[in-house]
Design a protein around this ligand. Sequence first.
Ligand SMILES: Cc1cc2nc3c(=O)[nH]c(=O)nc-3n(C[C@H](O)[C@H](O)[C@H](O)COP(=O)(O)OP(=O)(O)OC[C@H]3O[C@@H](n4cnc5c(N)ncnc54)[C@H](O)[C@@H]3O)c2cc1C
Length: 323
Amino acid sequence: MPLDSTRTYRVAIIGAGPGGICAAVRLRQAGIEDFVVLEQAEGIGGTWSRNRYPGLACDVASHFYSFSFAPKPDWSRPFAGQAEILAYLEEVVAAFGIRPHVHLGTSVEAAHWDSETAHWRLTTGHGSTVTAETVVAGPGMFGELRYPDIEGMDRFSGASFHTGSWPAEHSLSGERVAIVGSAASAVQLLPEAANVARRVHLFQRSANRVLPKEDTPFTGEQLAHFRQSPASVAELRPPTTSSSSSTSSTSTSGRGAAPPTTASPSGRIVTQWPHSTAPVPRADRLRPTARRLRDPCALPRLTPRSTTTNSSRPGSEQLHHRE
Ligand SMILES: Cc1cc2nc3c(=O)[nH]c(=O)nc-3n(C[C@H](O)[C@H](O)[C@H](O)COP(=O)(O)OP(=O)(O)OC[C@H]3O[C@@H](n4cnc5c(N)ncnc54)[C@H](O)[C@@H]3O)c2cc1C
């Protein structure tokens, strides 16, 4: 259905990434049908549609990186790749009847609150106006690509691109490749590039620690079990924030006394890893309480500089918040 500039929608959602899709499903489940999803790209999926670089996968276990209302028993592996995640999001959009609400290729350029009518007026890239009682903003955080400011870059005559705008037709096969950066995307791209390129150089400003990823594809037997038993899939989802302290326990003996583990690989790392590396007196005070701490890639950034038990070590609050 085309956008109607003459009427007032109850809700306008900006973005059809996981956040926008989730909001749309929840609106429908609440019986609200009068809404639009405005998406600037030509496809749904946000991050998982825009990014296509080799090696891109989720670093959060897939049974956890799924909507609670749409569990997927047949994830092929513990940490699914980009294509599988995008296919999942497309399935959710189809299954929950969201597609008719989505307007692709429609960027929101401005949002003005009209206090007289108590409505939002959104201006789209096409110059049209969308009026809505409520706006849900789901534009994500990583859409704007950042390029390093390297002198002479404009004179580089080879192919050069960002992981966030990977050209579909480009293969690194046989090439001499330079990767700038050492964080999550580079960590995923590096082994893929090394597999096919003639030579790979990685330029890093600061060292990054990488945790092991237990990512053996699920066996046919495991997949059959997940399909037959929804409870077994639910068990792979660690409790979310409010009850997450149940994934750890208060240890009185410090290092070595790891709390009970969750069933998922990332859950196991989250609960065991801090206890095996933290200074002994602090280990019993470490409690994973947020998604950030469930992300194995985030854990190294929370590592205390000192693992000794001297007085200069940071306290547990500092440990929790250090980025
Ligand atoms: C390379 C990469 C890897 C990642 N890996 C992980 C991971 O392993 N685990 C994890 O938990 N998170 C990961 N993330 C974070 C990821 O972005 C989030 O998990 C999730 O995709 C956020 O969903 P979102 O809907 O909020 O935002 P997005 O997925 O970014 O979607 C936002 C959507 O809004 C649209 N939009 C933006 N502005 C406008 C506008 N003005 N008008 C209309 N539409 C607009 C965009 O086109 C996009 O489709 C990763 C991010 C990146 C970039």
